[in-house]
Write a protein that binds this ligand. Structure first.
Ligand code: FMN
Length: 236
């Protein structure tokens, strides 16, 4: 069990470049996909499809899709970005300023270039699609069904990590109607699906990409028997 906790704690977002000369074997890719398939989903609806993109031409086409994000989204994002390790250390949440944060105009800003490069220069991009037709029974807004897709994500992420393969979720591309339409068009995905997330997989070129990772303390988010009682349970 300690090994599992250590695997969980050492899994991290691979935000650096991947080695494009080193591809992921079919065997390892299948292990990652199988781990995703064995994720718990509400009512076992298995409400997802995963599109594996490993054709450089298609990766190029996806990387070149225009990204636009509302100013409000950029501002909100910036509120949770720490400028230094010290700041992140004391906040214990949010992320370090390790990605360019401003998106302005297609082809001109650093975040667009960063995202384009990270998508085009990857071995494999997985596009995880949510299938709203497989709604979890009785769940308003399919809240339970959507949570389930996070379980798929974590299973795949841990499996990849255990194989020494890096993974990065790429949600910074945003979710505009136009972007989704183009992605579906490139990949031939039927209209009724919704993209839950994309993630890139590969072997990091350098471990220098490792960065400070922080979490809130256990006592901060755990409440014993009564909300606000963060001390240990008095139960004997
Ligand atoms: C739903 C979701 C969306 C995310 N989107 C991005 C993203 O667009 N880019 C990125 O680099 N990381 C993304 N992440 C990764 C988180 O930022 C990351 O897990 C968190 O900062 C903790 O860092 P760690 O993964 O290294 O532990 C996302 C994670 C989740 C669960």
């Amino acid at each position: 069990m300690e090994d599992l906790l250590s695997l969980i704690k050492t899994r991290q977002s691979s935000r650096g470049l991947f080695d494009t000369n080193r591809s992921i074997s079919k065997e390892d890719l299948n292990k990652i996909l199988e781990a995703g398939g064995w994720a718990p989903t509400a009512h076992n609806m298995q409400n997802f499809e995963i599109v594996v993109v490993d054709d450089p031409k298609i990766l190029e086409a996806i990387g070149n899709v225009k990204i636009t994000r509302p100013k409000s989204a950029i501002e909100e994002n910036n509120n949770y970005v720490s400028a230094s390790e010290e700041e992140l250390q004391s906040r214990k949440s949010g992320i370090l300023n390790s990605m360019p944060s401003a998106i302005t105009e297609h082809g001109k800003d650093p975040l667009y270039e960063y995202l384009r490069k990270s998508i085009t220069a990857t071995s494999v991009l997985l596009i995880v699609m949510y299938d709203p037709r497989k709604r979890a029974p009785g769940s308003e807004g399919d809240f339970l069904g959507k949570i389930s897709l996070g379980c798929v994500m974590e299973n795949m992420w841990l499996m990849a990590h255990s194989l020494g393969i890096g993974l990065q979720i790429v949600s910074a591309v945003g979710y505009s109607d136009d972007y989704e339409k183009q992605i579906k068009g490139i990949l031939g995905i039927p209209e009724y699906f919704e993209r839950a997330y994309s993630c890139r997989l590969g072997y990091p070129v350098s471990t220098k990409g490792n960065y400070l990772r922080v979490r809130r303390d256990l006592e901060d988010y755990t409440h014993y028997n009564h909300f606000g009682n963060n001390n240990e349970s008095k139960k004997v």
